[in-house]
Design a protein around this ligand. Sequence first.
Ligand SMILES: [Zn+2]
Length: 137
Amino acid sequence: MVSCKSLLEEKGIKPTQNRQKVLDCFISTNKGFSNTDLFKSFELKMDRVSVYRCLQDLLEAGLLQCIIDFEGIRIYYYETRSEKDRLQPHFKCKACQQISSLPELPSSYRQLLDGFKIEEAQFLLEGTCQQCQQKHV
Ligand SMILES: [Zn+2]
């Protein structure tokens, strides 16, 4: 069991109650959330602005990464490596909002990019996950 407190301390940011609560939502569910999802789905006892501030702090600390979905909404998820260091696609289920990490692109692909300086990266597939598809059969 990962301790949110120690993760925050390792990254050199103060493990406030709020930051621990927000980080725990991501780690315990292994899902991606937007600011609004997070605010609605959990009894965080925090106002929207505080939730947003926590997300920004965790993003800056490198404990969360953020992807922009096809509706232009920022979705945060727990991952300590930046998108461009992983070249890893994600799948977002439109029904349950779950973000799944798909396998990283193979090293042969990275070699093709030799000489390119990657500054930003985002790979997102959207659809319906297996579990949600079965619910509607
Ligand atoms: Zn789903």
